[in-house]
Design a protein around this ligand. Sequence first.
Ligand SMILES: O=C(O)c1ccccc1NCC(=O)[C@H](O)[C@H](O)COP(=O)(O)O
Length: 204
Amino acid sequence: MTLPEQVNALSEMGVDFAGFIFYPKSPRYMGDKLPPEKFKKMGGNIAKVGVFVNKPYDDLLKTVEDYRLDMVQLHGDETPRYCEQVANYVTVIKAFRLTDNDPIEWMARPFHEASDMYLFDTLGSGYGGTGKKFDWNVLQQTTIDKLFFLSGGIESGDEEQIKAFSETPAAKKLFSLDINSKFEVSAGVKDIAKVQQFVQAIKM
Ligand SMILES: O=C(O)c1ccccc1NCC(=O)[C@H](O)[C@H](O)COP(=O)(O)O
């Protein structure tokens, strides 16, 4: 998200989280778009999630403080030790970028104690916002013992597939969905009506 009025609209429609990209190489980078004072005032009760990629520890904590972020989503090659240190200050969602054959249990195990939640996304040439799905069946091969966000190319029309997945054992800890590029009119600007339709359909 980059526009305060859109964040407020999401909050009003009962969306739980809004994500803000603090990765300068992303086309959705918001660090130069919203000053902290404006940022802190918007969004009502929505939880504000800062998305970071390999940000030095001190810079990350300063951003969390300046913008009063509720959670951070760590999308890069952050180590368990780094996540653990950050988790002393703010809720940590560790993102894993998956291909269809990844040994998720082996990848996630070192982060079990070091993070609060996971996010499963699709591996791409960049770090996120690929608009591509991974095969959710890779999550069936293992027991995920941590709340997780499902992400990667989720779009309108996926509602039935998501409901079917949510009834499988792999979804026992499915906590929330993370949607992004498939709901954009341009980078960082959402089609709010499309989001609303999706939210209503998914809650039915
Ligand atoms: O979206 C970005 O530009 C981005 C850049 C760097 C790190 C993470 C990024 N996005 C993280 C997200 O949580 C996205 O919502 C997730 O990758 C899903 O995106 P999409 O495949 O477009 O639905």
